[in-house]
Design a protein around this ligand. Structure first.
Ligand SMILES: [Zn+2]
Length: 231
């Protein structure tokens, strides 16, 4: 749906009042939380209430402005599911490694460790960050925010910092980085390893789909929902 109540404040028309968190636009005080800025063309809009599943688009450039997110608790359920699948994916062996005459099955983390053993520490660190640390940190931060707000109905400490880190992960493209990390691991180890088409591989495939969905929820929409639930 499109919003028609468009206003483009210029510097002399809008006076920021950060104490009251509202903007004076054309003589009317509007709370900042009621405004949405287009990320593509910087046009500012006054938000309208959306029904579940609806999205608001910019009338100038057509970019998506915001959408009605799922409830925080249902998003939390998805994130916890992703965490469980993450644990399964990293618990079962995904490759069979042959190193110095010994054959062993190992997890993706074990494969990263193998990189250290064959003096490819940089690749090992890359694998560790992209397939383990970043997705785990992302899911844990989301669990922290969503459970505090959705279940305990309170603003968690360091909320702003947590949301900023999550926003950075989205800017970097967490899912793309994760998929590239898994691919790099498997490609770099070609010749040394045989991929096991087992539980871990399927878990990584399902995890990728879940991460794509979770990453499609905009951080600023979560932020708005947090502000709405625990003002
Ligand atoms: Zn726009």
């Amino acid at each position: 749906m499109e919003i028609c109540s468009m206003s483009q404040p210029s510097s002399d028309q809008s006076v920021a009042s950060f104490e009251s968190k509202s903007l004076n636009i054309l003589g009317e005080h509007i709370p900042v939380s009621e405004l949405a800025g287009c990320e593509e063309c910087d046009t500012v809009y006054r938000k309208v209430k959306l029904a579940a599943g609806e999205r608001a688009y910019c009338v100038c450039c057509g970019a998506e402005l915001y959408r009605k997110t799922r409830s925080l608790t249902s998003l939390l359920a998805l994130v916890v599911t992703a965490l469980i699948i993450f644990a399964i994916a990293n618990s079962f062996p995904i490759v069979k490694v042959e190193l110095q005459g010994n054959t062993s099955q190992t997890t993706l983390l074990g494969a990263a460790w193998t990189m250290f053993q064959i003096d490819r520490a940089l690749v090992g660190i890359l694998i560790l960050f992209t397939t383990f640390i970043v997705p785990l940190l992302d899911l844990l931060l989301l669990t922290y925010i969503l459970s505090s707000v959705g279940i305990f109905k309170q603003r968690p400490p360091y909320l702003r910092l947590a949301l900023r880190i999550l926003f950075l992960f989205r800017v970097w493209g967490m899912v793309e980085v994760f998929l590239i990390g898994v691919l790099v691991t498997l490609v770099k180890l070609v010749g040394m390893v045989v991929v096991i088409p087992g539980v871990a591989l399927w878990a990584f495939a399902i995890l990728s789909l879940l991460l794509v969905y979770i990453a499609s929820v905009k951080i600023k929409d979560i932020w708005d929902e947090v502000d709405r639930c625990v003002p």
